[in-house]
Design a binder for this molecule. Structure first.
Ligand code: ATP
Ligand code: ATP
Ligand code: MG
Ligand code: MG
Length: 237
């Protein structure tokens, strides 16, 4: 860039560098996807095309940053990318990392849309967009807890949504009645309601719905019990 008397404005820029020696988690999440999913008529509670599209977009992000990413994990409209503690990506600048991950993810999502939603074009007034944040975590124990936290969230949400929508779609309850029926119930009670009232064994639901999706550095998709496998996932890191 040519020197000019205006160049001093650059001095106002801040460089927020993520702490050294810390693992970095970049989490992206769809903006107003409740509305977005209604507009594009996602199947409830789990539209498989939408999940596969999220996974495909995440896989391409992982492959692009394969030297820095350890693993990625996603569910619903979110994905977490876990970066090595010694990464020097963009000199660990938070705004660079967050903005580049989320814009690459979004452009992948848009570009891949027609592969998954073959009969429905994206509407310019309803385009998908995502937020992003970076968090630095100081040790592997906390990173394992981070992933376990997202995994438990997947389980809790999916069990609730599965029973809720079965009560509505199969048993003819209104959404309000279904909500009341589930209010205050524990996990095993929800599974019992699903079995006795809807004839569905939760264990037989698709693994991707129950467990979310892990993307390895090689770009493989795994639907595994994160808590049980957590030590294996981070072996060597
Ligand atoms: P960084 O990733 O650090 O932003 P960069 O290569 O994008 O690196 P910038 O300082 O953002 O560098 O500069 C953008 C560059 O893109 C310009 O120097 C120019 O070479 C090119 N460029 C941008 N817009 C145009 C355009 N309309 N026509 C031709 N070249 C362009
Ligand atoms: P925010 O902008 O605050 O993130 P949001 O509407 O995106 O708001 P989230 O908590 O992120 O809220 O939840 C995402 C919502 O998107 C889910 O509650 C669900 O309604 C919808 N959704 C996402 N993925 C799917 C899918 N594969 N199938 C069906 N619905 C989905
Ligand atoms: Mg969202
Ligand atoms: Mg979300």
């Amino acid at each position: 860039m040519a020197k000019s008397r205006f160049e001093y404005v650059k001095e106002f820029e801040r460089r927020d560098v993520l702490l050294p020696q810390c693992y970095i988690v970049v989490r992206i999440d769809g903006k107003k996807f409740h509305e977005f999913s209604r507009f594009y008529e996602f199947e409830k509670p789990n539209d498989i095309r939408a999940l596969r599209l999220m996974n495909a977009a995440a896989k391409n992000v992982v492959l692009h940053y394969r030297n820095d990413v350890i693993v990625a994990y996603g569910e619903s409209d979110e994905y977490s990318f876990i970066l090595r503690r010694d990464t020097t990506l963009y000199n660990r600048r938070q705004d660079k990392i967050a903005s580049l991950f989320v814009s690459l993810f979004t452009s992948q999502y848009v570009a891949l849309w027609p592969k998954f939603f073959t009969n429905r074009e994206l509407d310019l007034k309803h385009l998908p967009f995502f937020d992003a944040r970076c968090v630095a975590y100081p040790n592997l124990a906390i990173i394992k807890d981070y992933l376990s936290w997202r995994f438990v969230d997947t389980h809790i949400n999916n069990l609730y949504n599965t029973v809720f929508w079965q009560l509505v779609q199969k048993c003819g309850l209104t959404t309000q009645q279904a909500e009341n029926r589930l209010s205050g119930t524990l996990s095993n009670e929800k599974q019992e309601i699903l079995f006795t009232e809807c004839g569905i064994n939760y264990n037989n639901e698709p693994e991707m719905f129950k467990k979310g999706t892990m993307v390895t550095r090689k770009g493989e998709f795994l639907h595994i019990d994160v808590i049980k496998e957590i030590d294996r996932i981070f072996e060597g890191y």
